[in-house]
Design a protein around this ligand. Structure first.
Ligand SMILES: [Zn+2]
Length: 295
């Protein structure tokens, strides 16, 4: 079990979680999305341990020394329930009913909270998701449900809209090679930061250049934009928890609204989808860059 300061790849996420625990602003349903091998499962256990920790006032949580933390370390805490499934490729209504729905109204064994972790949540049948939906709509105030998925898009919209979605990096951050790629990423940074150098005409020529010379690195460029937006979102959330300004992205992104950042993320999704479906890349990129400029 890791403490929040042990996360190197997910520093912003860990910092957000730590602050949220410290000021007791915890949501009741989360989706941790990311590929297998990312920190999604470890972070769910750290969050559970932090919420259940009985460490002294002012101590950082999880403290790793209290009785509750040692139960978590041995994966034997009665108030942290990891949902298992009988069939290898399905989480059924029965699994959800027996391990979550029928259990959640029983008060926590140690008083505090009760955490439900659902790994492989994308394997939940639609029936299982609908059964769970009623629970996450009105959970008892001590309960926290964490769904672990590869991609939140694999869950029903009704579930997604009730959860806070936290994304874990799928790949290491792309490092551009050579002058041409460096220039492509430098200009993308400029656009993300709202540089005045980038007007409508320069965006169009950038889109043309990307559609020809930059075609091979478009997937990396899209991931780059997404990770910049996610970092900005997290920085914003963390700053709100502590009342500070956050040491996030310089320039435009730090002042962007949640909506503006979400709009960029949606536009990237759209662009990726269109390019996979062979829509002319230059037009797709034109639309994306303009959306980014407007956001
Ligand atoms: Zn503890």
């Amino acid at each position: 079990m890791k403490t929040f300061d042990e996360y190197k790849d997910e520093r912003l996420l860990a910092e957000y979680m730590e602050k949220a625990v410290a000021v007791d602003r915890i949501g009741q349903s989360y989706i941790f999305e990311g590929a297998k091998g990312t920190d999604r499962q470890d972070m769910a256990l750290s969050l559970a341990a932090a919420l259940l920790c009985k460490g002294k006032e002012g101590q950082s949580r999880p403290c790793k020394t209290c009785h509750s933390c040692s139960l978590m370390e041995s994966r034997n805490h009665p108030d942290c329930i990891t949902v298992t499934h009988e069939k290898p490729s399905t989480v059924s209504v029965k699994d959800i009913r027996e391990q979550v729905i029928d259990d959640i109204d029983i008060r926590p064994y140690y008083g505090g909270r009760k955490i439900y972790i659902i790994p492989d949540a994308e394997m939940m049948s639609p029936g299982a998701q609908n059964a769970l939906l009623k629970t996450i709509e009105e959970p008892p105030d001590y309960a926290v449900v964490i769904l672990i998925v590869t991609d939140a898009a694999l869950l029903l919209e009704t579930i997604r809209s009730r959860c806070m979605i936290l994304s874990f990096r799928k790949e290491p951050v792309f490092v551009p090679e050579g002058e041409e790629q460096e220039e492509i990423f430098r200009r993308m940074d400029n656009i993300l930061k709202g540089s005045k150098e980038e007007d409508a005409a320069s965006l169009m020529s950038y889109a043309r250049m990307l559609a020809t010379d930059g075609k091979d690195i478009l997937p990396d460029l899209f991931s780059y934009i997404e990770s910049a937006c996610r970092d900005a979102l997290l920085t914003k959330c963390t700053a709100e928890l502590t009342g500070g300004t956050g040491a996030g992205y310089i320039g435009k992104m730090s002042g962007m609204t949640y909506e503006g950042l979400e709009n960029i993320l949606q536009a990237v999704d759209r662009a990726r989808h269109d390019i996979l479906n062979n829509v002319a890349a230059e037009a797709v990129l034109d639309v994306l860059l303009l959306k980014m400029r407007e956001a």
